[in-house]
Design a protein around this ligand. Structure first.
Ligand code: CP
Ligand code: NVA
Length: 311
C-alpha cells in the first residue's frame, strides 16, 4: 500500500510525473474540463490542528475529480475513543484515502503502519510534503524550469523548510536556509536527505542578506509554528532581523520570486509591501495546493490513468 508521509516515499521520476499531471489538470480546469478520474472515491480529512488551505484544497480537488470528501475533527475521538488500530481499520472500510494533519509525526506513522488505507501527511511537526509539491509547481510556472534554481528560505528550519530542502534535493535545485543559531533543520532529517540524495545542495547560514544575493526564489514562513506558542516571545527576539522586507529584497536579484506557505503574520516575518508586491506569488501558490494535490491523489489512487494519459 502506498502512503505519502514524507517525500522520501516517492521517486524523483514519479514526483516529476505528479507535477506534470497537476499542471495538466490545472490547464484542463481553466479550459472548463473536469475529468472524473476519481469518480466514486472518498477521501477523509482527519485534522488535529486548524487549516484553511489544506482542508479546502483537498475537498475541492477531490470534488473536481468526481469524488467526495468528509472532514473529521476532534469529535471522532482519534486516539481517545478506541484503539488507533481499530480506528484506522474502520476508517479503511469506508474511505479510499485519509489526509491526516497531526500534532506529532509519530501519530501519522502509526496510522500508516496499519496499512488499512493510504495516508497522506497534511502537515506534521516534521514536514509538510503537499506544501512543497505546490511550491515547486509555483516556481516552475514562474521561472519556467527548476533544475539549478536556488531557493533561499529565510526563517525557522521548520516542517515547511524541511520538506523544501528534500524536494530541492530531488529536483536538483539548490536550497539555502538562513536562520538564527538554534533554529536549524533537524540533523537526522538532513542526514536522511544526504543519504538518499548524495548530490543535494543544501546549506544553512546565519546571514539572511548574503543568502538572498543569488536567490531565484525567497521563501518564508511564520517564526512560531502551531504548537510552539509558548516560545513566541523568544522566537520574536531571535528572528527580529530575519524579516522579508524591502531591505532584504534590495539585496536579491530583481527576478527573484517571493513565496510563503500562508497563513502569514504580516509585519512580522514578511511586510505588506513585499507580500503584496509584483514579485510575490503567494496567492497562486496557495491555489496550486489544490492542483498539486489532485495530481498526487490521482497518482495514489488511479495510476493507470496517468500511464494512459500522460506521456
Ligand atoms: N499552508 C497551509 O498548509 O495552510 P493551512 O494551515 O491553512 O492548511
Ligand atoms: N510552519 C507552519 C506551517 C503552517 C502551514 C506550522 O506548522 O504552523
Amino acid at each position: 500500500m502506498q502512503h505519502l508521509l514524507t517525500l522520501f516515499e516517492i521517486s524523483p521520476d514519479d514526483l516529476k510525473r505528479v507535477l506534470q499531471v497537476s499542471m495538466d489538470l490545472k490547464a484542463r480546469l481553466v479550459a472548463g474540463d473536469r475529468p472524473p478520474i476519481l469518480a466514486q472515491h472518498m477521501v477523509a480529512l482527519l485534522f488535529e490542528k486548524p487549516s484553511l488551505r489544506t482542508r479546502v484544497s483537498f475537498e475541492t480537488g477531490m470534488a473536481q475529480l468526481g469524488g467526495a470528501s468528509l472532514f473529521l475533527g476532534d469529535d471522532v475521538g482519534w486516539g481517545k475513543r478506541e484503539s488507533p488500530s481499530d480506528f484506522t481499520h474502520v476508517l479503511g472500510e469506508f474511505v479510499d484515502l485519509v489526509v491526516c494533519r497531526a500534532k506529532s509525526h509519530d501519530r501519522v506513522e502509526q496510522m500508516a503502519g496499519f496499512n488499512a488505507v493510504p495516508i497522506i501527511n497534511g502537515l506534521t511537526d516534521l514536514c509538510h510534503p503537499c506544501q512543497a509539491l505546490a511550491d515547486v509547481m509555483t516556481v516552475q510556472e514562474s521561472l519556467g524550469s527548476l533544475e539549478g534554481k536556488h531557493l533561499t528560505f529565510v526563517g525557522d528550519g521548520n516542517n515547511v523548510a524541511q520538506s523544501l530542502a528534500l524536494i530541492c534535493a530531488m529536483l536538483d535545485m539548490r536550497f539555502t536556509l538562513a536562520c538564527p543559531e538554534g533554529y536549524e533543520m533537524d540533523s537526522d532529517w538532513l542526514a536522511r536527505v544526504a543519504n538518499a540524495y548524495p548530490k543535494a545542495k543544501i546549506e544553512t547560514v546565519n546571514d539572511p542578506m548574503t543568502a538572498v544575493t543569488d536567490a531565484d526564489a525567497i521563501y518564508t514562513d511564520v517564526w512560531t509554528s502551531m504548537g510552539q506558542e509558548s516560545e513566541d516571545a523568544a522566537r520574536k527576539r531571535a528572528f527580529a532581523s530575519y524579516q522579508v522586507g524591502d531591505k532584504l529584497m534590495a539585496k536579491a536579484p530583481s527576478h527573484a520570486r517571493v513565496l510563503h506557505c500562508l497563513p502569514a503574520i504580516r509585519g512580522q516575518e514578511i511586510t505588506d509591501e513585499v507580500i503584496d508586491s509584483s514579485q510575490s506569488d503567494v496567492i497562486r501558490q496557495a491555489g496550486n495546493r489544490m492542483h498539486a494535490q489532485k495530481g498526487l491523489m490521482v497518482w495514489l489512487l488511479n495510476r493507470p490513468w496517468i500511464d494512459k494519459n500522460v506521456t
